[in-house]
Design a protein around this ligand. Structure first.
Ligand code: KG4
Ligand code: ZN
Length: 337
């Protein structure tokens, strides 16, 4: 039995978890700072770092207590060391290093995106590499070919905004507030997704890449145009039509990539993976193409430490160890050590 204490602090969630054998989540403590950042319409890095400092020890202790384990049971400490906000990452990395040193435990640095992908293993015992994974979050939109538990190939990426970023910006423009994703998701259910024909960007030179900034501008232009012409805006229709444009591109690119790479399995990950319409759309497309479709529960889609514990376990058993000189790497590339 291998027990990992994992820590995540790359953005605005202070989180710690205890994960056994890479699948069993004994505890998953998340202190979300969302309420704090709402006031500013987005994450304020300096405030995030300060709150992490305030909360991290408490969150780690709760994860240990709730799991009912002691330090004797813990085999290693895993921590997100990139990508993310440098000041935020540093808090988790420093805490992990201090504990690894004081308790004489191995230290394993984990890539945040590897964590998002690994979230899929928690509830799907049958899911094993190779498979294609679409990671869509506030900071990333990547199509990743998961060759093995810690072997990845980036197949497609966004040229500009991440999918979640587009959700947040559009939500802000129609007055829904931060974070926008869940609010657009909810409002879109009351709207007509065919009401406005927003653009879907497909790149001919890189067929699995994404671009969401044109779509975001099209929504802003539409809103400005309505305002100038004094036409009343139907927010639900805007939300539904925008969301459908994102869903169409994500579904099309990821199903095509899965087929082209000969994958019979496709997984979703990241905050945007909790979008209900995206899940439904992908499920249908996968069924049509004979592909098995996987996604994590919402709590494992948005930032959490359980997913870091799962990825950390696979790194740990494959021999990855980091020294006490481990640093936060804000632009860490996937697959880098
Ligand atoms: O994975 P995550 O918690 O943080 C990053 O690593 O970036 O993702 C947060 C992003 C935010 O942009 C949020 O608006 C989006 O995920 N999100 C959603 C939904 N829930 C969260 N987007 C669309 N629909 C949702 N239901
Ligand atoms: Zn994330």
């Amino acid at each position: 039995m291998t027990t990992i204490l994992s820590i995540e602090s790359s953005c605005d969630e202070t989180a710690a978890a205890i994960v056994v054998d890479g699948r069993i989540v004994k505890s998953n403590i998340i202190y979300s700072q969302i309420e704090l950042h709402k006031l500013y319409g987005g994450v304020v890095p300096e405030i995030a770092s300060r709150k992490h400092v305030e909360k991290i020890n408490q969150v780690i202790q709760s994860a240990i207590d709730e799991a009912g384990v002691t330090w004797d049971d813990i085999d290693a400490v895993a921590v997100t060391y990139g990508p993310g906000l440098v000041g935020a990452l540093l808090v988790g990395v420093s805490a992990a290093k201090a504990l690894a040193y004081a308790k004489k435990k191995p230290l394993v640095g984990v890539h945040h995106i590897e964590g998002h992908i690994a979230a899929n293993y928690i509830e799907h015992e049958d899911l094993k590499p190779p498979f294609m994974c679409m990671v869509a979050s506030g900071g990333h939109s990547h199509l990743v070919y998961v060759k093995d538990y810690n072997q990845f190939e980036i197949v497609g990426r966004t040229r500009d905004d991440a999918a979640g970023e587009a959700f947040d910006k559009v939500a802000r423009a129609i007055g829904l507030g931060y974070p926008g994703g869940p609010k657009v998701d909810k409002l879109a259910k009351e709207g007509n997704r065919e009401a406005i024909d927003f653009p879907r960007a497909f790149m001919s030179d890189a067929p699995y890449d994404f671009s969401f900034s044109g779509l975001k501008s099209a929504v802003l232009n539409y809103l400005n145009g309505c305002e100038m012409k004094k036409i009343e805006i139907n927010k639900a229709d805007v939300a539904a039509s925008f969301q459908q444009a994102v869903i169409d591109v994500i579904t099309d690119n990821s199903v095509r990539a899965a087929k082209d790479y000969g994958c019979t399995k496709l997984a979703l990950a990241g905050g945007v993976a909790s979008n209900t319409s995206l899940r439904e759309n992908m499920k249908k497309a996968c069924e049509k193409n004979g592909i098995e479709f996987y996604y994590p529960s919402p709590v494992y889609c948005t930032d959490n430490a359980a997913m870091i514990g799962v990825a950390g376990y696979h790194e740990y058993i494959s021999g990855t160890r980091h020294g006490l000189d481990l640093n936060a790497v804000p632009n860490l590339k996937i697959g880098e050590r």
